[in-house]
Design a protein around this ligand. Structure first.
Ligand SMILES: Cc1ncc(COP(=O)(O)O)c(C=O)c1O
Length: 704
C-alpha cells in the first residue's frame, strides 16, 4: 500500500497535456509513471519542459527536479498539487497551431519567473549552486548540439514516414502562405529511448578511475595551466559558452578551452608554449594549413591597400566568377558566415517559389539562426519544435523535418508536393560522414523538379573541401542553390550562396544593360549586411579559389587519400585497445564517435591534449594539406598512448566493442601509368583511366 498522497487527476491531466503538447505526443502516449528520461527527453528538451510547466502552472519548476526529485508526470503532479492555486482554470485543450500554443503559455507566465539567485534564503543556496552546476553541464551539451552535433535523440532514431493523412494538401505556386501549415506534418523521428544517466558523484568511480582522474587533472594543469588561468581571469566579463563546454562536476578543473597564441601549418602552440597537431582545424575552414603563405600574403597586400566597407571591392566580382567556374553554378553572392548563407538561400527560395514550407533532415546542421535550430517530436502528433530555449515555436513552424536517406522520407516529400519551397539538405552530414546517400540525393532532385521546389545543398562543410564542385560534383547532382563557407575563406569569415541564374536574380533583379531601356526584371527580396564582401576576406577567398583552380580536383583527392589512410591506422588502434570509438570519414572530414555511453570516455580529448594532439569532443575533425607524414605519425602515436592511458585508468565501458568493418583501401600509387584518382559511384576513392571509346570519359581500373 503506497503511503504517498493521491494525485489530483486535474493536475496530472494538465501536466500531461503540457508535456504532450511540447513533445508532439498524444496525451495517451505519455505514461505518467515513465520517467522523462525513459520517454527519451534529453537535457535541452527538459529545459524547455521545465519552462513550459512554469508557464502553465505559475509555479517555478526547475530542470533539476525533472531529473531527480519529480522525474515523471505522477511525481510532478503530486508535488504541484499543494502549490497550484485551486481556482486555476482547467488545462487548455491542446493548441492547434504554434501561435495558439505560444499564447497559452505566454498568458500563464508567472510574475516570478526567473527569480534571481541572490534573492534566495541562505539555506536554499547550496541546492541552487547544484542546479547551476547542472545548468552548466546542460550548456555544455547545448553548445555541442547547437554547434552541430546531432541532438542525441535524433541519432539512433528509427525512421517513420509522415503519414498521408497528416500531410498538407498540395497547393499551387502562389505568393500567399501555403494553406496547410507544416504544423500538421510532424517530425519523423522518435526519441531514442532511455538516456544514459551520467556519473554524478565521485563515489561512483572505482579506485583505478579515481586515481587516474586525479592524475589526469594534475598532468593537464601542469601542461596547460596558463590557459586555465586566462579563462578564470576573464570569465567574469567574458560570457563565452565555449569556456563551459564539457563541464562536469567531477572534472570541472578540466573545463576550460586551450588558449592558443600562434600556429603554423598543422601545428598550434598554447599559452604555455606547448605544441599540438591540430585536428579540429577551425571546425573545418583550414584546408591549406595555418598561415598558409599564399593566404597570408594576399591578406597582407590587401591590408596595405585598405579594407573599405561600402564602395565595391574589385576582388568580389573576380571571386564570384571563380566560385561559379569551380562549382558550375551561374551566379554567386557573398555573406560573412555559413549561417547567413543558408538564411539567404531560404529567403531567396521562398521569394522565387512564393511558398513557405521548407523540408530538411534530422541530423542536419545548418547554422545558428532560429529557423534551423529545430528538433523532432515523436508519436502520432509529430511536428517540428525549437531545439533550444529562446527559439520561438513560430520560428520553426514552416519547417518539415524528415529522416535522412530513408525511402519513407521520399514518399513524405512527394505527398507534400507543390507546397514545398525548398528542400534543404546537408548532403553528407558532418556527424554521419559514412552516410553518403547518392540515390536519395538524385531522388530529391527528381521530386523537386516534379513539384517546382528548389533543391538547396548546404555545402558549408563539403564545398571546396571534398571537391572543387563539392558534394554536387561527387554525387552528380546539381542543386538549384548551394551554400558555402569555411574552406572558401582560407580562415577568414566568408559565406556564399550560389545557384541558378533565374533563382539568384531574386537578390538583384537580374541583368540589365547600360545605354538602352533594359531594367532588372526579377522580383527581389531584401539581402544586406555591413561586412559582406569585406576586402580582407575577399582577398583570402580569391587566393584560395585561385589555388584550387590551379591545382584542380587532384588537390582534394590527394587529401582524401591521406585521410583514408590515417583513419585506417586509427581504427586499427581502436580495435587493438578495445576502445568504444569509430571514425567514419568522407574525404577529409572525419568524425570520432563514441559508440557506448560512459561519461569517463568523454575525457579522451583531454588525454590527447597531453599527447600534443588537439581535437574537440563531439565535433568533426579535419585534415589539411599541411599535415605531413611527421604530423600524421605524431597523431597516430598520440592516439596510441592516449588509448592505452584510457584503458589503464579503466575509462572505457567494458566489453561490447565491435570493430567497424575496414574501409576499402585504395593503392596510393597509380596501378597503371597515367591513372587518375577519382570516386566510384558509391563515392569511394578509386583509380580511373581515359576511356578509349568515349572522348573525355574515364573508366575505373578494376581492383586486382
Ligand atoms: C553544414 C553547415 N551549414 C552551416 C553552418 C553554419 O556555418 P557558420 O558556423 O559559418 O555560420 C555549418 C557550421 O558548422 C555547417 O556545418
Amino acid at each position: 500500500v503506497s503511503s504517498e498522497a493521491p494525485v489530483t487527476p486535474a493536475t496530472l491531466g494538465r501536466a500531461r497535456a503540457i508535456a504532450a503538447e511540447l513533445a508532439g505526443l498524444n496525451d495517451d502516449e505519455m505514461s505518467p509513471s515513465a520517467t522523462f528520461m525513459e520517454l527519451g527527453f534529453d537535457s535541452l528538451f527538459l529545459t524547455q519542459l521545465s519552462q513550459a510547466f512554469q508557464r502553465g502552472f505559475g509555479v517555478e519548476v526547475s530542470f533539476r527536479q525533472l531529473v531527480e526529485t519529480t522525474p515523471n508526470l505522477e511525481s510532478l503532479a503530486r508535488w504541484l498539487d499543494p502549490r497550484v492555486p485551486t481556482a486555476q482554470p482547467p488545462a487548455p485543450p491542446p493548441a492547434s497551431g504554434p501561435d495558439a500554443a505560444q499564447a497559452t503559455f505566454a498568458s500563464a507566465a508567472p510574475a516570478h519567473f526567473g527569480t534571481p539567485i541572490r534573492s534566495l534564503p541562505p539555506g536554499e543556496k547550496g541546492a541552487m549552486i547544484a542546479v547551476m552546476e547542472r545548468q552548466l553541464e546542460i550548456m555544455a551539451e547545448q553548445l555541442a548540439t547547437l554547434s552541430g552535433r546531432a541532438p542525441r535523440a535524433l541519432e539512433a532514431a528509427p525512421a517513420q514516414a509522415v503519414s498521408p493523412a497528416s500531410a498538407p494538401a498540395s497547393a499551387p505556386p502562389t505568393a500567399e502562405p501555403a494553406a496547410a501549415e507544416p504544423e500538421q506534418i510532424l517530425r519523423s523521428v522518435l526519441p531514442s529511448g532511455p538516456r544514459q544517466v551520467g556519473l554524478r558523484h565521485a563515489s561512483e568511480l572505482n579506485r583505478r578511475q579515481s586515481a587516474h582522474l586525479a592524475t589526469l587533472i594534475d598532468r593537464t594543469l601542469a601542461r596547460t595551466g596558463a590557459s586555465r588561468r586566462h579563462t578564470a581571469e576573464h570569465r567574469p566579463h567574458h560570457a563565452d559558452p565555449r569556456t563551459a563546454a564539457g563541464f562536469h562536476p567531477l572534472w570541472k578543473d578540466l573545463c576550460y578551452p586551450l588558449v592558443v597564441e600562434r600556429s603554423d601549418g598543422a601545428w598550434l602552440w598554447d599559452l604555455d608554449g606547448h605544441g599540438y597537431v591540430d585536428m579540429l582545424n577551425g571546425f573545418g575552414p583550414n584546408l591549406f594549413g595555418h598561415r598558409a603563405p599564399f593566404v597570408v600574403e594576399a591578406i597582407r597586400e590587401q591590408l596595405d591597400r585598405g579594407f573599405e566597407i561600402g564602395p565595391q571591392t574589385p576582388l568580389a566580382g573576380e571571386a564570384a566568377s571563380l566560385v561559379c567556374e569551380l562549382t558550375g553554378q551561374d551566379r554567386a553572392s557573398f555573406v560573412c558566415t555559413g549561417s547567413e548563407a543558408v538564411q539567404a538561400a531560404l529567403r531567396c527560395a521562398r521569394t522565387f517559389t512564393g511558398r513557405d514550407t521548407v523540408v530538411t533532415f534530422a541530423g542536419d546542421y545548418h547554422g545558428n539562426f532560429d529557423e534551423v535550430l529545430f528538433r523532432g517530436t515523436a508519436g502520432r502528433r509529430r511536428r517540428t519544435m525549437p531545439a533550444a530555449p529562446g527559439v520561438p515555436r513560430s520560428a520553426v513552424s514552416n519547417l518539415v523535418v524528415l529522416e535522412y536517406g530513408e525511402e519513407a522520407s521520399l514518399e513524405a516529400l512527394r505527398e507534400l508536393g507543390d507546397s514545398v519551397a525548398a528542400v534543404l539538405v546537408e548532403p553528407v552530414q558532418s556527424r554521419r560522414p559514412e552516410l553518403q546517400p547518392r540515390e536519395f540525393l538524385h531522388a530529391l532532385r527528381e521530386i523537386c523538379d516534379t513539384h517546382g521546389s528548389l533543391l538547396i545543398f548546404d555545402e558549408v562543410v563539403t564545398g571546396f573541401r571534398s571537391h572543387p564542385g563539392g558534394a554536387q560534383a561527387i554525387f552528380g547532382v546539381r542543386a538549384d542553390l548551394a551554400t558555402y563557407g569555411k574552406v572558401l575563406g582560407g580562415g577568414m569569415p566568408v559565406g556564399v550562396v550560389a545557384g541558378r541564374a533565374d533563382v539568384m536574380d531574386t537578390f538583384d533583379g537580374g541583368p540589365f544593360e547600360y545605354g538602352d531601356d533594359s531594367a532588372p526584371t526579377a522580383g527581389v527580396t531584401f539581402f544586406a549586411g555591413t561586412f559582406v564582401r569585406h576586402p580582407l576576406a575577399m582577398a583570402a577567398t580569391l587566393a584560395c579559389l585561385q589555388r584550387m583552380k590551379d591545382e584542380g580536383p587532384a588537390l582534394q583527392e590527394r587529401l582524401a587519400v591521406r585521410t583514408d589512410a590515417l583513419c585506417t591506422r586509427l581504427r586499427a588502434l581502436f580495435a587493438q585497445h578495445g576502445a568504444p570509438f569509430e571514425l567514419p570519414n568522407f574525404t577529409s572530414v572525419m568524425y570520432l564517435r563514441q559508440t557506448e555511453g560512459h561519461d569517463l570516455t568523454r575525457l579522451f580529448a583531454h588525454h590527447l591534449l597531453l599527447e600534443g594532439v588537439y581535437l574537440q569532443e563531439g565535433f568533426p575533425s579535419y585534415l589539411t594539406l599541411a599535415h605531413d607524414d611527421a604530423a600524421l605519425d605524431h597523431v597516430v602515436e598520440g592516439f596510441d598512448r592516449a588509448l592505452a592511458a584510457m584503458v589503464d585508468g579503466d575509462f572505457f565501458p567494458r566489453g561490447s566493442y565491435q570493430a567497424a568493418p575496414a574501409p576499402r583501401s585504395v593503392p596510393s600509387q597509380p596501378p597503371v601509368p597515367g591513372a587518375r584518382l577519382g570516386r566510384d559511384p558509391q563515392g569511394r576513392p578509386a583509380w580511373f583511366v581515359p576511356d578509349p571509346s568515349r572522348s573525355g570519359a574515364f573508366m575505373q581500373v578494376a581492383e586486382s
